[in-house]
Design a protein around this ligand. Structure first.
Ligand SMILES: Cc1ncc(COP(=O)(O)O)c(C=O)c1O
Length: 482
């Protein structure tokens, strides 16, 4: 007997003559209020009668009456369920998840193809974990994370990303977002009030620091990464960066700029937060190791499975310098008493079995094909465009020749045609027209003469979640609209 049926007990204790009516009313009320959700299976009349201590006939009668009224429905065989017709007044949870816009193509950046989620391998890992996880492992977890997962992650991150990863130094978190929030709150407690962020950059960085009470200082980029002059001039001592594939411009920080950034951190006794959000995906460039590998005491490193598996898993990792480790772990503990054990154990198993590497290879192939489809479609339909940031990640920047501008009109026409695209300028913190997008590839013809930055249409195009056909159709539709 679940607690839902207990709410019928008062009806059962009504005087004998009123008992049937009271039971029907209590059932109706439970369905109307949503306490008994649509689709819930009711106990058999025999079981419910026994649980409530009433005659079986009373329950059968109540079921029949409410079925006639539409509150309940009975199945072909035995069984009675709560119907879905009656929902009046039922409180509903507000759904804050992003919705599909119904557009022909939405080139939103940063979304993996969720249909490629390896359900079978994940289910196998889940089954094997449930079969052999000892009972005692289901208590409160170590706030740093399961030792088995931290060991697997240390090996994985050292091998794939060149991270200096001591399992003792890894904290399992619910994503880059939580890693950023934890770090920001520890820094705030130590008196820090401002953090530098890349401009243009991820709106998440600003929002997460703001929620911990830190102001953010937007810092400009040049072709090699975060510009060091403004960084020194800013006076900040912590800066958030995306060196493998800058979000959103797609720049890979140069070796020189990486060294300069670490030089800055040492000179101001500062810290670089390295957000390696899509560092797993690279196509035709040599692997660029994580900045953290060059100086683990000056860099806090974070990543997650949000781009490699699915953001809904809410699973990530944070590696912090020694001097911050205890505080970060304590903050994680006081935030949620540790990351869910089963999720951690399943992911550990998934990594240990080689499923994670396999999955990355599958995605890498699919995403490269999609990126190539995007570049080809832009060459065909928007000749003279420059496409940058394509060597890695899940999105690219397309700079269209000036003749397609001004940007505002372009965006409006494209949106009307059912294609969702975002301007690079939308990611500028300081209201500037976007950052540098140097290098890259001119596709399908020469760049228009004398095109001035600021007048061109510069788009951030996420491609990983769209099939090549959808990409081609989206770009074609965009071209037809303008
Ligand atoms: C640059 C960047 N960093 C981090 C995140 C958040 O990552 P996670 O899902 O791991 O919290 C996002 C997600 O939109 C992002 O674009």
């Amino acid at each position: 007997m679940t607690s839902a049926w207990e709410l019928l007990l008062p009806a059962a204790s009504a005087p004998a003559r009123a008992r049937g009516r009271a039971l029907r009313e209590a059932l109706r009320d439970a369905v109307r209020s949503g306490r008994l959700a649509a689709g819930t299976r009711l106990p058999s009349s025999r079981d419910l009668a026994a649980d409530l201590g009433v005659s079986r006939g009373l329950v059968t009668e109540a079921y029949e009456q409410l079925t006639a009224e539409g509150y309940l429905r009975s199945g072909r065989g035995a069984g009675t369920w709560v119907g879905d017709a009656v929902r009046a007044g039922r409180p509903r949870a507000r759904d804050l998840s992003p919705r599909s816009s119904g557009d022909l193509a939405d080139f939103v950046p940063g979304t993996p193809d969720l249909s490629l989620f390896p359900r079978a391998a994940w289910a196998a890992a889940q089954r094997s974990v449930l079969a052999d996880l000892p009972h005692e492992s289901l208590g409160y977890p170590d706030p740093r994370g399961l030792p088995g997962l931290r060991t697997a992650l240390a090996e994985l991150l050292a091998r794939r990303r060149g991270v200096v990863a001591d399992p003792e130094r890894i904290v399992v978190v619910s994503g880059v977002a939580q890693a950023t929030a934890l770090l920001a709150s520890v820094l705030h407690a130590r008196g820090m009030r401002t953090a530098g962020v890349e401009d243009p950059g991820s709106p998440q960085h600003h929002a997460l620091y703001a929620s911990a009470g830190l102001d953010t200082t937007p810092l400009p980029l040049d072709d090699e990464g975060l510009a060091t002059g403004p960084l020194y001039a800013s006076g900040v001592r912590v800066v958030v960066t995306t060196p493998a594939h800058q979000f959103p411009t797609g720049i890979a920080y140069s070796a020189r700029r990486r060294a300069e950034l670490l030089g800055w951190a040492r000179s101001v006794d500062g810290l670089v937060l390295e957000d390696d959000y899509d560092g797993d995906f690279r196509y035709d460039r040599a692997p660029v190791g994580a900045l953290q590998g060059l100086d683990p005491e000056r860099v806090a490193y974070t990543g997650s499975v949000s781009k490699s598996l699915a953001p809904g898993l809410r699973l990530g990792w944070l590696l912090v310098p020694d001097r911050l480790a205890d505080d970060v772990v304590e903050r994680k503990r006081t935030t949620d008493l540790g990351h869910p054990t089963l999720d951690q154990a399943v992911f550990a198993r998934f990594v240990e079995r080689g499923d994670y590497d396999r999955r990355l290879r599958v995605c890498q192939r699919a995403y490269r094909e999609r990126r190539d489809a995007l570049v080809a479609a832009l060459a065909e339909h928007f000749p003279g465009s420059r496409v940058t940031g394509i060597a890695a990640g899940l999105h690219a920047i397309a700079t269209l020749p000036e003749r397609y501008g001004p940007e505002e009109g372009f965006l409006a026409r494209v949106a009307e045609a059912g294609v969702a695209v975002r301007s690079l300028a939308a990611y500028a913190h300081g209201g500037a027209a976007g950052g540098p997008v140097g290098g890259g590839q001119v596709v399908g013809g020469p760049v228009s003469e004398g095109s001035a930055p600021g007048k061109e249409v510069r788009l951030v195009l996420g491609y990983a979640h769209l099939t090549p056909g959808r990409i081609r159709a989206g770009v074609r539709r965009m071209a037809a609209a303008v």
